[in-house]
Design a protein. Structure first.
Length: 217
């Protein structure tokens, strides 16, 4: 896979970001946290490409982005009413997740190195919340789920973060010793990332404009 192709796949997040900001004033504010993390993610991708192109490491900016990513997604799920009956769980997550980030970045490794335990933990949590949300939608939604932005986003989360957990585990336990294996894993991750970003773009395009969406419980 050429470097240009890698950049194109990485910048696919810009599609959803641009659509989101074009529709920003029309979109229900409950969805804003996701649009914010799309924007931060886009800036992180640009920063990573610039740093790598100039022979610098991109660990610091990626670790900073990883700090904000789950927090904005938890905020997004809270807006959907996922934590309505378990607000303590939301509070616990926004305390525990940053704490794990701080411990790993400053005590286990340094912020100039890529983290693994933290990413595995929050990716796993997001997958669980997304599956819970999908199940609730299947039980309550009567319309076509393919055009439901919440359903699309959660499907994208499950696909991307599940594979992310697997990749982080490969790296953590030294399964990236083979160069060919590493290249194949990275290539698959890039395709997964592209697929997820296209799902996000479709979801942003279909985000509701008026009534706040809350899952009925």
């Amino acid at each position: 896979m050429s470097q240009i192709t890698v950049y194109i796949f990485s910048f696919s997040i810009l599609i959803a970001t641009v659509i989101g900001w074009v529709r920003f004033k029309k979109i229900d504010p409950a969805y804003y946290p996701f649009l914010y993390i799309l924007t931060i993610g886009s800036l992180n991708e640009v920063a990573s490409v610039v740093l790598i192109s100039t022979k610098h490491h991109s660990a610091v900016n990626n670790n900073i982005y990883a700090f904000f990513e789950p927090l904005f997604l938890f905020w997004f799920f809270k807006n959907l009413g996922i934590f309505k009956r378990a607000n303590y769980l939301f509070v616990a997550l926004v305390v525990i997740v940053p704490l794990i980030w701080f411990i790993e970045n400053f005590f286990i490794v340094t912020i100039t190195q890529f983290t693994f335990y933290y990413r595995i933990f929050y990716s796993f949590v997001i997958v669980l919340i997304s599956i819970h949300t999908i199940n609730a939608l299947i039980m309550t939604e009567r319309k076509n789920l393919i055009k439901n932005s919440i359903f699309l986003l959660c499907v994208g989360f499950v696909i991307y973060y599940t594979f992310s957990v697997l990749v982080q585990a490969f790296w953590l336990y030294g399964l990236n010793v083979s160069r060919d294996f590493t290249i194949k894993v990275i290539a698959i991750l890039l395709f997964i990332n592209l697929f997820a970003n296209l799902i996000y773009a479709l979801a942003v395009l279909w985000m509701p404009t008026r009534h706040r969406f809350t899952l009925p419980y």
